[in-house]
Design a protein around this ligand. Structure first.
Ligand SMILES: [Zn+2]
Ligand SMILES: [Zn+2]
Length: 145
């Protein structure tokens, strides 16, 4: 079972087994918009219903340590937050993008900054940090505790 070159079409059905954990998969396997969706190709799916707990753990290790997340209380207490505003003196350059959801920041978006100075939507990075306390871009410790 390889995880490479799947084009983001990994699907899963058991949201309830490890809810937060699968949300992490959501983040990692972003849909590849260049590829047509092919719902009939079952080979492209990761059938976690038939995976053992050990296999799921191994999958987690493949992706990274998923057991070092922060509580939402710690995240909200430590995360430096601000409102995003496009500078009135010029057009939005459009180069500031949340790398978790791939969306450009819009005016009034809530932005959270990690200790490494990387920024994301507060809602996006909060979900990430619940899973693991490291920056998605540079892998440094996201928030000192
Ligand atoms: Zn985002
Ligand atoms: Zn970083």
């Amino acid at each position: 079972m390889g995880l490479q070159g799947r084009g983001g079409t990994i699907q899963y059905r058991s949201h309830t087994r490890f809810p937060g954990y699968w949300r992490l998969l959501d983040v990692i396997y972003l849909p590849d918009e260049n590829e047509e969706e092919d719902d009939e190709n079952d080979d492209m799916r990761l059938d976690i219903d038939n995976m053992s707990y050990e296999e799921l753990l191994a999958l987690g290790e493949h992706i990274g340590n998923v057991s070092t997340g922060l509580s939402k209380e710690v995240i909200m207490a430590r995360l430096k937050q601000r409102k995003y505003t496009c500078l009135a003196t010029g057009p939005c350059v459009g180069e500031e993008t949340c790398c978790i959801c791939q969306e450009e920041y819009a005016d009034d978006d809530d932005i959270g900054k990690l200790d490494c100075e990387h920024e994301y939507h507060v809602s996006c990075i909060r979900e990430w940090l619940v899973q693991k306390n490291s920056c998605p871009i540079c892998k440094k410790t996201a928030l000192a505790t």
